[in-house]
Design a binder for this molecule. Structure first.
Ligand SMILES: Nc1nc2c(c(=O)[nH]1)N[C@H]1C(S)=C(S)[C@@H](COP(=O)(O)O)O[C@H]1N2
Ligand SMILES: [Mo]
Length: 225
């Protein structure tokens, strides 16, 4: 079978490592089993969603490649979960009522990591709130109990261990996880939007040497849990 070429600047790796900013390697998620997600921000009323709410949504399966901004790509991962657009349209829209200008969405993780994407990107068919990987329940390693999966965007938008979602009209309230240049507002892989104000090709060379040490760091800290 002929494989489609990798996106610009990406290289395939065999394993699927636990990965992220090194400061989150040791901040493991606190709550492993119970699933509660608070939706708030510029909304008519905040609401906490539980496992039962997610179980009321249609389940979907999806195979997609995962592209980290540091240039590694893991191909053909099989995810399961619910579509973000179903969650939004069937559960959030009528009860939470985000303000009409609430067009940016912030995801907060149990480890302190945060990510933001425009609502219009999240409503794409391939964006999931995922709770299975390769047919098995998502493990803590890859974001249990529930993670965002936005495969058209670099991995840093796919927030693991999601605990809260906020709707807002502008970026002012968004506390970035890293430096500003590291967080492109959309981070689309197809356009090599790796960072903000720095060309993608330059970031490739800056980030690539970080892959191996970061994988090793996350392996060490994952074992100790
Ligand atoms: N909560 C949380 N989500 C996160 C990160 C993190 O450190 N913490 N790292 C991001 C980055 S940079 C990548 S590449 C992917 C890696 O996902 P994986 O650990 O399942 O491979 O998670 C993203 N989501
Ligand atoms: Mo990443």
């Amino acid at each position: 079978m002929v494989k489609v070429p990798l996106p610009l600047g990406q290289r395939e790796i065999e394993q699927f490592p636990r990965f992220g900013l090194s400061k989150y390697a040791r901040r493991y998620r606190v709550e492993f089993d119970s699933l509660t997600i608070t939706v708030s921000g510029e909304v008519a009323r905040s609401r906490v969603f539980t496992k039962a709410d997610f179980e009321s949504l249609p389940r979907v399966k999806q195979e997609s490649d995962f592209h980290c901004v540091t240039t590694w790509t893991k191909r053909g991962l099989r995810w399961g979960g619910v579509r973000f657009s179903d969650f939004y349209h069937q559960l959030v829209l009528d009860s939470v009522k985000p303000a009409s200008n609430g067009c940016l969405v912030i995801f907060k993780s149990q480890d302190g990591f945060r990510g933001m994407l425009p609502l219009k990107d999240l409503l794409s068919d391939d964006v999931l709130l995922a709770d299975t990987l390769e047919g098995a329940p998502l493990t803590a390693k890859h974001g249990a109990p529930l993670r965002l999966l936005a495969p058209a965007h670099y991995g840093y938008k796919s927030v693991k261990h999601v605990m809260a979602i906020e709707f807002c009209s502008n970026e002012r309230n968004f506390q970035r996880t890293g430096f500003r240049f590291m967080d492109h507002p959309r981070a689309r892989v197809a356009f090599e939007e790796r960072g903000l104000g720095v060309p993608g090709w330059l970031l490739r060379f800056l980030y690539r040497p970080l892959i191996k040490p970061t994988i090793r760091l996350f392996e060490r800290t994952t074992k100790s849990h």
